[in-house]
Design a protein around this ligand. Structure first.
Ligand SMILES: [Zn+2]
Length: 169
């Protein structure tokens, strides 16, 4: 009998990720060592469903235990990692196995910030397109710098710092 080697890179190609087609069924992952048995893809019931441990393990193994943020670093034993929604839920991704990749927790934090920024960008763009006026982005006002007297003038000598000066303020 000929050996059939399961193609581990079959799962999600980058081009598939850019076109979230809801109708096309995601390829089912094959069980390591047994290419004839395939498992149904895990699909979360809600957008924030917790990923069950068996699915976490599959996600980890599919990417050979490497962080998929782009660094491709092997995740070391005991290191915190998360199942990252490749297309963020807030940007139309779905909570399903084919959309999950292992990411180191530290690297994940960065992406979450970027996803929120992306959502805001898309929101503003569609509002503009629809002719809906949004309030201008609020800048956080800094307190600014306190006004100090000039350090020295022609008539006043430079004051050297002393602990007593600190107490004055
Ligand atoms: Zn990474």
């Amino acid at each position: 009998m000929a050996h059939i080697i399961a193609n581990s890179a079959q799962f999600v190609s980058p081009s598939e990720l850019n076109t979230p087609a809801a109708d096309t069924p995601a390829p089912t992952p094959s069980v390591a060592g047994n290419p004839f048995r395939s498992l149904p893809e895990w699909i979360g019931r809600t957008p924030d469903s917790a990923v069950p441990p068996r699915v976490r393990l599959r996600v980890f193994q599919r990417y050979a235990g490497r962080c998929q943020c782009g660094c491709n670093r092997p995740i070391r034993p005991g290191e915190a990692w998360e199942c990252e929604d490749t297309i963020a839920i807030i940007n139309g991704g779905s909570r399903r196995e084919s959309n999950l990749k292992p990411w180191l927790a530290e690297h994940h934090k960065v992406k979450t910030r970027q996803d929120v920024a992306e959502k805001s960008r898309v929101y503003r763009k569609s509002a503009k397109h629809a002719g809906v006026e949004l309030k201008p982005r609020q800048k956080i006002q800094s307190r600014g710098f306190a006004k100090f007297e000039a350090q020295c003038t022609a008539t006043r000598p430079i004051r050297k710092w002393s602990p007593a000066m600190e107490a004055e303020q």
